[in-house]
Design a protein around this ligand. Structure first.
Ligand code: DGL
Length: 275
């Protein structure tokens, strides 16, 4: 049985990952699911993020997906491991769920020159310590200093389409300022929330010149390509029609307008209940 690749996020953020995945691997079919009705995840407890993510992944599997990418750092930090270890074997051990933190943590060393790395993320991702742990594990021999700052207002700004507002400028300046003050030597800033590239124009105004800003889309797309090369048993079960379908747990109208803007294509989403 063939099936599409599922791409899941709490809202619009995963579109920044989907866009690069589709550009890199256009031959496959995709199903995007945004849980816009329950966004944001970044301020919620471990248990709630796990429960919401588990429901979404189960729904994507019901829709025939063979492989699901959690295109959300918060869900990757709080739910991925439990889903992989506890839920997946009981559902269907031949399917897979992958996250975005590991490939991003791997890539960090390719960007920094002086080892001073900044991570901007949701409260949930920051408090999980996932980036600190993954970077320490993967780059154990290297002298990397990682500083994190939580940006709790950034996701609500994006979800409300306020990317170019004065409010966005205020909060981006505040959080980027906090990060650079905590470690003025930072030369690389990872946007460790998939919503944040949607604020990129404002972010670039406040990140000091010479500091590299790392988005996850291309990193995740490259990593997926590599994964499919190494796993022909999975690659062979993916349907190849070049189709992208969109689902949202909210009303379709606003989703279609936002998604069309980010994907630069017409989007006609469908409403989906995941509970
Ligand atoms: N896009 C999600 C992430 O990468 C965050 C979303 C949220 O707070 O809902 O962490």
């Amino acid at each position: 049985m063939f099936g599409p690749i599922g791409v899941f996020d709490s809202g619009y953020g995963g579109l920044t990952i989907l866009r690069d995945i589709v550009r890199e691997l256009p031959e496959y079919d995709y199903v995007y699911l945004g849980d816009n009705a329950r966004t944001p995840y970044g301020t919620r407890s471990f248990e709630v993020v796990y429960e919401y993510t588990r429901e979404a992944v189960a729904r994507l599997f019901e829709m025939g997906c063979r492989l699901v990418i959690l295109a959300c750092n918060t869900a990757s930090a709080k739910a991925l491991r439990t889903i992989q270890q506890r839920d997946l074997p009981g559902w269907d051990a031949s399917r897979r769920v992958l996250g975005v933190i590991r490939p991003s943590a791997e890539a960090v060393a390719d960007y920094t020159r002086n080892g001073h790395v900044g991570v901007l993320a949701t409260k949930g991702t920051v408090s999980s310590g996932s980036y600190l742990m993954e970077i320490a594990k993967i780059h154990s021999g290297k002298d990397l200093r990682v500083t994190q700052v939580a940006c709790p207002m950034w996701v609500p700004l994006v979800e409300n389409g306020e990317m170019d507002s004065e409010g966005a400028a205020f909060f981006v300046r505040k959080n980027v300022g906090e990060l650079m003050e905590a470690d003025p030597l930072i030369d690389t800033v990872v946007l460790a929330c998939t919503h944040y590239p949607l604020l990129r124009r404002v972010i670039d105004r406040y990140v000091p010149a010479g500091v590299r800003v790392v988005q996850q889309g291309e990193i995740v797309a490259e990593s997926l390509k590599d994964y499919l090369r190494r796993h022909p048993e999975m690659e062979g079960t993916l349907s190849k029609g070049g189709e992208v379908r969109y689902y949202t747990t909210e009303k379709e109208g606003m989703f279609d307008r936002m998604a069309a803007m980010f994907m630069q294509a017409d989007v006609a989403s469908r409403h989906l209940e995941i509970r």
